[in-house]
Design a protein around this ligand. Structure first.
Ligand code: ATP
Ligand code: MG
Length: 408
């Protein structure tokens, strides 16, 4: 038997209902704030991700599904494609910022585990064309609202600012000097990564390293006056909106192009894969992919992880109003038409599709939770109210009238 590829999921039953509900909730929250839906292609030029996500990132270094002979890659994330579309459609001519949201599936070659898949879904937004701190605060607020609406449990919001790439480069050199000066107290692993990734030292559990890091210089203390002012404004607006956050000067988000604001929501209901969603400002990205300098801000949140972290009850499909059966095969076409007419009139209706006996059809109507069963036979239509058991013969073209009279 052929089975699905490890790290991919079939979405069915209650899960399918939950995905649909999450999409409806996302649409309501994001479109109310002026974000318009965008859907970009499932694959793009590999170059777009190599440049737009950043060559040094885990995504580009080891997680992309690339078809080399075609020069294409299955999208591992949504920001670079949306920025590409912004440029390609000349959206800089629209009032700025241009606000777009998406709900799509993404692909990363990762080791599959709970909450980590090779094809997964993200809902995300991008606001392109303004560096106003209100853009940052609004974006964060919208993700907070979405997570609240889906009842995500045990949430924490961590927030920081990365300044500009230049500030970051200077800070990195300063941190490397500091780590080298304290080399003897560091774990071997951290010592070996001073050149490659000095920031990882902040995540170490090793007691000696931790003591050293308590006195380490922080990027947040090295921000330029302008960047600091921007960050203060973002925090001020989050305070005004009543959003709780923790400042985490060690928060480093994966992508090379982040500038200024970065943030991440985690949920302690998730275990090891605790990241629910996050994002930040990327004022350098559009230039990186060949456009003019254009500021931008966005986030993405994992649909599977949001649902894992939430306690939202499965939403039930709409109740069935009418089940249409037939006593003899010669009435099958009429039954078929009656069900179609009922649906056209806005009711939920199903026709018998299993060739069951009259008794079997009644049972099936009951099992499906139908409010009414219309049985077509020699006497016309016998309409049964499934709740009261009351049954009467009605004219075929008055069935809808009787139903309507009874439910509304
Ligand atoms: P992680 O640290 O868990 O690998 P990330 O930093 O790679 O996350 P982003 O690229 O910022 O994640 O993607 C945003 C969100 O998308 C994550 O917070 C998570 O909810 C979800 N996500 C990322 N990768 C996966 C995956 N492989 N499977 C399921 N969800 C994922
Ligand atoms: Mg990852």
């Amino acid at each position: 038997m052929i089975q699905r590829i490890r790290g991919t999921n079939d979405v069915l039953g209650d899960d399918a209902q939950a995905y649909a509900a999450l999409e409806a909730t996302s649409r309501r929250i994001l479109e109310r704030a002026g974000y318009a839906r965008i859907e970009t292609p499932t694959f793009e030029a590999t170059e777009l991700f190599a440049r737009g996500v950043g060559a040094s990132t885990d995504i580009v270094q080891k997680e992309m599904y690339t078809i080399s002979e075609d020069g294409i890659t299955l999208r591992p994330e949504g920001t670079a494609p949306v920025c590409r579309a912004y440029l390609e459609h000349g959206m800089h001519k629209l009032p700025q910022p241009v606000k777009l949201w998406y709900l799509s599936s993404f692909f990363r070659r990762e080791r599959p585990q709970k909450g980590r898949y090779r094809q997964f879904w993200q809902v995300g937004l991008e606001a392109i064309g303004s560096d106003d701190p209100a853009v940052d605060a609004e974006a964060i607020l919208l993700l907070a609202e979405l997570l609240e609406a889906v009842n995500a449990r045990g949430l924490r919001l961590r927030l920081s600012s990365l300044g500009t790439p230049a500030t970051r480069a200077e800070y990195r050199a300063e941190l490397q000097r500091y780590l080298r000066a304290n080399e003897d107290a560091l774990s071997e692993e951290v010592r070996n990564r001073i050149d490659l990734n000095p920031l990882r030292a902040f995540d170490a559990d090793h007691p000696g390293t931790r003591r050293v890091m308590e006195g380490a210089p922080l990027l947040l203390d090295r921000l330029s006056a302008e960047d600091r002012e921007h960050f203060e404004a973002v925090k001020g607006m989050l305070d005004a909106a009543g959003i709780a956050y923790e400042i985490d000067p060690t928060l480093v988000r994966g992508l090379d192009y982040y500038t200024r604001t970065v943030f991440e929501f985690t949920s302690d209901a998730l275990g090891a894969q605790s990241g629910v969603g996050g994002g930040g400002r990327y004022d350098g990205l559009i230039e990186e992919i060949g456009g003019p300098h254009t500021p931008g801000m966005g986030w993405a949140a994992g649909v599977e992880r949001m649902l894992l972290a939430s306690q939202a009850p499965a939403t039930a499909p709409p109740p069935l109003t009418l089940y249409v059966g037939y006593a003899k095969p010669e009435y099958r076409a009429d039954a078929f038409r009656l069900a179609a007419d009922a649906r056209r009139a806005g009711h939920t209706a199903r026709v018998e599709l299993g060739g069951r006996s009259v008794k079997g059809q009644a049972k099936q109507a009951d099992r499906a939770g139908a409010l009414y069963l219309a049985m077509l036979g020699d006497e016309g239509v016998s309409l049964r109210d499934m709740q009261t058991g009351e049954q009467r013969d009605v004219e075929p073209d008055t069935v809808m009238h009787h139903i309507r009279g009874n439910i509304l």
